[in-house]
Design a protein around this ligand. Sequence first.
Ligand code: PMV
Length: 349
Amino acid sequence: GERRPAAVTCTAPINIAVIKYWGKRNEELILPINSSLSVTLHQDQLKTTTSAAASRDFKEDRIWLNGREENINQPRLQSCLREIRRLARKRRSGSEEESTPCILSYRVHICSENNFPTAAGLASSAAGYACLVYTLATLYGVETELSEIARQGSGSACRSIYGGFVQWLMGERDDGKDSLAQQIAPESHWPELQVLVLVVSAERKPVGSTAGMQTSVETSPLLKHRAEAVVPDRVKEMCEAIRQRDFERFGQLTMKDSNQFHATCLDTFPPIFYLNDISRCIIHVVHLFNTYYGQTKVAYTFDAGPNAVIFCLEQTVDEFVSALRCCFPPESNGDMFLKGLPAGPAVLS
Ligand code: PMV
C-alpha cells in the first residue's frame, strides 16, 4: 500500500529583495514586468512552518494560518493545491503504485505559522507560499521544479524555494513556464554578509502588494521606465557584485533600488506611502554612517512596509547597532523595538 507518511512538516525562510519585484503583466499567473533578485535568510531565522496531513476521515480541505482558520477557496491557494495534485497524479499514472490506495483521493488539512508579524511588509507571503508548496509536494511525493508553482501563490514566494542569492527571471512566455527562480550563488558564497531586520511597526500594511502593484502599473510612468530601462542592467550588475562579493556595489545598488521602488509608490496615483518617519530616520543614519567612513559599510532596503532590512559585513554589525542605539535609545525608542538586538545573520528585534 501507500507507505509515504500521510503527514509532513516543513519550514521555509523569508527572502529579502535587493532588486524589487513590483508590477504584474499577468494577474492570474503572476507574471512580473521585471526580473528581481533576493537574498534568502537562514532557515532558523524568520520563517514559516507548515504541516499538512491527508486522511480518509477528512471531509474537506481546510487551512489554518497562525491558529485561525482561513478560507481554503482563495484563488491563489487553490492554484497551488491544484497544480501540486495535478503533478502528483501525473507522477502516479503509469507507475506500479497506481492500483494502491492513494492519499491523493483524501482531503488535506494544512496548518501554517509564522514566527514574525504577518503582512507587515516582512515577506510573510513569500515564506508562506514557498512553504505551502514545498510541504504539499513532500506530502504527495512531487519532485519537480517548484518555483513556478510557488510563484502562483505569491510572486516573491518563488524566490524562497532556493537558499542563498536568488534571481527570479521574468520570462517571456504567456504561460509562465519560463518565469522561474534560480539560485545565482549558494548561501556559503558570502558568509560575511549579515542581515539585520529592524521592526519599526508590526501592524498590517495599509495597502497590500496586490492592490498596490495594480494601481502602480495603471498609473505610474516611472514604474514603466524602471521596468524597461533600469532593472535589466541593474540585475546584471547586482549578479556581478554578488559574484565578486563587492559590498560597496552590492550596498549601493540595494539602496538605490529600494529608493526607486518607493519613488514609484509616490508616483502611483493616488500615491502609496510605505515608509514612515522612523524608516526615513534609519535611512538618514545609514547615510551618515557611510559618509563618516567614506565608503558603503551599511545598506538598507524596505519592502511594502516601514520595517528596515539592513545589510552589512560581519565586522560592521556591532558598531552599526551601537550607532542605532544612540539614535533610538531603548527608553525612547518610539515605535521601534531594539531591545536585545544581538549580532547574527538575521535579527528580529
Ligand atoms: O510577492 P508579493 O505580492 O508579496 O510582492 C512582493 C513585493 C515586494 O516585497 C515589495 C518586493 C519583492 O520583490 O519582494
